[in-house]
Design a binder for this molecule. Structure first.
Ligand SMILES: NC(=O)C1=CN([C@@H]2O[C@H](COP(=O)(O)OP(=O)(O)OC[C@H]3O[C@@H](n4cnc5c(N)ncnc54)[C@H](OP(=O)(O)O)[C@@H]3O)[C@@H](O)[C@H]2O)C=CC1
Ligand SMILES: CC(C)(CO)C(=O)C(=O)O
Length: 304
């Protein structure tokens, strides 16, 4: 299988390397700085599920130099989406399907508008990973799940092909027929988890120690359920309970990628995640008071 990874950071680097581990022909389409880093240090994964190294990853900086890809894995931050639309157009024109795995929901519509509805699959991931100072991936969670599925009937073939190809991969995989609902479940969860940890600058264990503070995360879950259902998803109270259980099950030091970025002084995906929810709520005539409060608390730390 020919795979291109656009956004070879923590997420793209992890799944790209794991796909190469099982024999995929993986090309990392990167910008100049990352190309130099990958050339100098290679790509390495450190993970409790097993390390893996690629000494000389196959790197491209021009999408036109890539002959044909079956699948393009998109793992950029929400605020970098605009910058990858042009390269994605080139890859789609050459026959590729696009599998975005970033957090959030607004990017799906943006990608569909620019690339066509038939080209864009639904996808998301559960993993906690970050890059170290050599640009190597450090994976710290027990989970490393990739969930994908068709958003258009013509995509069933590529989803089946991907499902059977990744059967042997060193990560969990699921090909879901209700990927839109899965996307909204993750969006609900991430807005609560990243919202409360980033706003308070605390890990989830520290948040859980204060029921009044944890309550804010629960309120965000409720608001996101309403928003999801106003946007054609079908989330139930059980889904909210499930998300709450997940917040309780995370180990005490666990925190969100947005909070890790706040700790490192990096730019935050606030506008893409909570900002996106607020925009969709305005369109649907829904009030997201708690989400807006969390958004307001994080705003001063948004730009690096
Ligand atoms: N990290 C995690 O644990 C998880 C992250 N996510 C989500 O995944 C997404 C990605 O997060 P993460 O992997 O942590 O982010 P990273 O910052 O580690 O990686 C993003 C990568 O995108 C690259 N990039 C940006 N613009 C371009 C471009 N125009 N062309 C090529 N590459 C580009 C960046 O490269 P450059 O070095 O050039 O800037 C960077 O390597 C986010 O939406 C996040 O919320 C979801 C689950 C878990
Ligand atoms: C919740 C988590 C860790 C799950 O993958 C995540 O997506 C993030 O923090 O960005």
């Amino acid at each position: 299988m020919n795979v291109v990874v656009v956004g070879a950071g923590a997420l793209g680097g992890y799944f790209g390397a794991r796909l190469q581990e099982i024999g995929a022909n993986v090309t990392f389409l990167v910008r100049e700085r990352r190309a130099v880093e990958l050339d100098e240090h290679g790509l390495k994964i450190y993970s409790k599920h097993g390390d893996y190294s690629i000494e000389q990853p196959n790197v491209a900086t021009d999408p036109k130099s890539i002959p044909h890809a079956d699948l393009v894995l998109v793992g950029v931050k929400g605020y970098h989406l605009e910058g990858v639309l042009q390269p994605l157009k080139v890859l789609v024109a050459n026959g590729a399907y696009v599998l975005p795995i970033l957090n959030g929901i607004e990017h799906i519509e943006v990608l569909q508008r620019h690339l066509g509805r038939k080209a864009v699959l639904g996808g998301l991931s559960f993993i906690i990973a970050t890059l170290n100072n050599k640009g190597h991936v450090v994976h710290t969670s027990d989970f490393h799940d990739l969930i994908f599925g068709p958003l258009h009937p013509v995509q069933r073939g590529i989803c089946k092909k991907l499902e059977s190809f990744v059967g042997e991969a060193n990560f969990s995989v699921s090909n879901s027929e209700s990927i839109l609902t899965e996307l909204w479940k993750k969006y609900m969860f991430i807005n609560a988890f990243s919202g409360i940890t980033t706003a308070t600058n605390l890990s989830i264990g520290e948040v859980r120690a204060y029921p009044e503070t944890f309550q804010l995360a629960k309120e965000v879950l409720q608001e996101m359920k309403y928003l999801a259902n106003a946007n054609g998803a079908n989330l139930s109270d059980d889904d909210v309970k499930e998300a709450e259980k997940k917040l309780h099950a995370l180990h005490a030091e666990a925190t969100s990628s947005m909070h890790q970025d706040r700790r490192k002084g990096l730019r935050l995906e606030l506008d893409h995640l909570h900002g996106g929810a607020i925009r969709l709520a305005e369109r649907a005539g829904i009030d997201l008071s708690y989400t807006k409060a969390v958004y307001g608390m994080i705003k001063p730390f948004e730009k690096a």
